[in-house]
Each structure stands twice: as C-alpha cells, then as structure tokens.
Design a protein. Sequence first.
Length: 83
Amino acid sequence: MASQLLPLELIDKCIGSKIWVLMKSEREFVGTLSGFDDYVNMVLENVTEFERTTEGYATTQLKQILLNGNNISMLVPGGDGPQ
C-alpha cells in the first residue's frame, strides 16, 4: 500500500527550498519558503515578483514578502517562474 502525503506535509517539506507561487491575480512569485501556517499564508525570502503585462512580464526583486493563502492559486515546488 502506498503512503499518503497530505498537502500541508508537502508544503512543510518545501521549507528552505525554492518555490513558485501563482496567485489568483496577474502576479507570480519565486522565492525561498521560510514559513507558512494552517491557512497557507506564506513567508518567502529572496523573492522575484513577476507581473503579467501586455508586453510580457515585469519583474521586481524583494527581500521578503508575506502572501495571503486566500489569494494563492497554485504552488510549484522547485519552480523557476514563468519562462
């Protein structure tokens, strides 16, 4: 029988690793996951923010950011962001 991995357990395994976070809005973030809570509010460090524009993506570098779990659409462990 295969072992079962719950969603919060998978996110917990990503602490200290790079993660790509896609938001419900036009924004995406790539950074190192430093923590999260039961509502999947996340703290990322050394972050690159990607914002979709008509010309492509605008990027912004951030030292640290807190993301609200209600606005997160998808998480990609080890992801590098939009190509």
